[in-house]
Design a protein around this ligand. Structure first.
Ligand code: HGY
Ligand code: MN
Ligand code: MN
Length: 433
């Protein structure tokens, strides 16, 4: 007998999808920039405004809104008292002058999917084995406060809570002060899952996240949904290039210890490394601060944030070793010192194959096209997959643009993603992952 055709629990409908698009327009107005991007860095006024809107949206639908001790935001809906929760979400914070889809799409998609599930279980009591929680992770982007994926890093025990709360932005404001000023810092754990969680809390069964691809694979292939089987590895760290201040006019070249010259050599070396390895290594220096940054002073110090990503952990290690040798050459030839500071790295790891299979089955049931796409960007699921079974889904990014105001995903793709997430979560809540 043919295998029982799995009935869709959450049948897509136009009204629900129209409501999603309307809500997304509202959310995209918080911190909107003139070019149609968003400026909503972690725990800024625009981020808080967006969080308040989401809190109200969730509360209006009967979800219980709570914040944990590092400002991760949750909307809880209990179906089975005491049962573990299926978490779904992403992040509302953005890069400076970022795109309106990165993270925010996944949070709103999770909220709408959770609400569709809430209504389904009202009509189908007794089918759930897990509860539902929507999550907006604090500071995924790591722009105002470093590192990235900070809220989910604390949640999964990869980042120390006290260290995260003490992290300061460029103006000396700490995470604790910033979140406290919006009254968005919880005093207990909501979920007791990681080694540092002391207060009693709920448990987590699994996690699902949908996100824009931020690359070109789906767009080029004309495919509706990406299923992520694994991440690229990342080696992100700060260095300080240390020289000595002197007069830009009067000082002989031979007498200079020009930190900015040394830093410029590092930037060029990074790109030459990427060119050497082709498509398997991405490198950048995205942030560079020059001191004293005065027109008539040779720089005494340059602080840089380097970012190396690769499809292969071995290749990443090889590239890091080559870069270290280049640093030694630069130190000699520019008469500077290069000190390595804080690092945030993750290995290329796989997502649970059973989660990939579940998502692919859902996509087929919905009659959508799919392909597997490795993620080059980090996500909160990068942390969560090391804690619980995790499903990571992509929708296409037009021309692969992201972390820019012209980031774009088309409405039909947004809606397809919400339908896939809804049905995937439905099966997770019924214990299929
Ligand atoms: O680091 C990352 O890849 C993410 O975009 N924050
Ligand atoms: Mn993101
Ligand atoms: Mn991002």
């Amino acid at each position: 007998m043919a295998a029982e055709q799995k009935r869709l629990r959450i049948v897509p409908d136009q009204a629900a999808n129209a409501a999603f698009l309307d809500d997304f327009v509202v959310m995209s107005g918080f911190g909107v920039t003139p070019a149609g991007g968003v400026e909503r860095q972690a725990a800024t006024a625009a981020d808080a405004e967006n969080r308040r809107w989401l809190a109200e949206w969730l509360s209006d639908r009967g979800f219980t809104v709570r914040y944990d001790r590092v400002g991760n935001m949750f909307g809880l809906h209990e179906l089975v008292p005491g049962a573990p929760y299926v978490l779904a979400g992403s992040h509302l914070d953005s890069q400076p002058r970022g795109g309106r889809f990165d993270g925010a799409y996944g949070v709103l998609a999770a909220a709408h999917a959770a609400d569709r599930l809430r209504r389904y279980h009202l009509d189908n009591p007794g089918r759930a084995v897990h509860n539902i929680a929507v999550v907006n992770w604090f500071n995924e982007e790591g722009s105002r406060f470093k590192p990235s994926m900070q809220g989910s890093g604390v949640f999964t025990g990869k980042i120390d809570l006290a260290a995260a709360l003490a992290t300061e932005d460029g103006d000396g404001v700490s995470v604790a002060e910033a979140l406290g000023s919006w009254d968005m810092l919880g005093d207990t754990d909501v979920f007791a899952v990681g080694p540092q969680h002391t207060s009693p809390g709920h448990t987590v069964a699994s996690y699902a996240e949908i996100h824009i691809e931020q690359g070109r694979e789906l767009d080029k292939a004309g495919v509706d949904i990406g299923v992520v089987p694994s991440t690229w590895g990342a080696d992100k760290y700060e260095i300080s290039v240390i020289g000595a201040q002197s007069h830009t006019g009067a000082t002989a070249i031979a007498d200079r210890q020009d930190a900015l010259y040394g830093a410029a050599r590092v930037v060029v070396a990074l790109r030459e490394l990427a060119d050497e390895y082709g498509d398997d290594l991405h490198t950048s220096c995205g942030q560079l601060n020059v001191y004293p940054n005065s027109p008539v002073v040779v720089a005494r110090e340059v602080n840089m944030h380097l970012d190396l990503r690769s499809s292969s952990d071995e290749l990443l290690e090889e590239a890091a070793a080559k870069l270290a040798r280049t640093f030694a050459e630069i130190e000699l030839s520019a008469d500077v010192e290069i000190e390595r500071r804080f690092a945030h790295t993750w290995k290329g790891h796989t997502y649970q194959p059973e989660g990939v299979a579940l998502a692919e089955d859902v996509i087929d049931e919905l009659g959508l096209s799919r392909m597997r796409v490795r993620t080059r960007a980090g996500h909160d699921s990068t942390n969560m997959k090391d804690l619980v079974p995790t499903v990571m889904l992509f929708v296409p990014s037009v021309d692969g643009v992201s972390h820019a105001e012209n980031e774009l995903t088309l409405d039909d793709d947004l809606i397809a993603g919400v339908d896939v997430l809804s049905e995937t979560m439905a099966r997770m809540v019924e214990g299929e992952l």
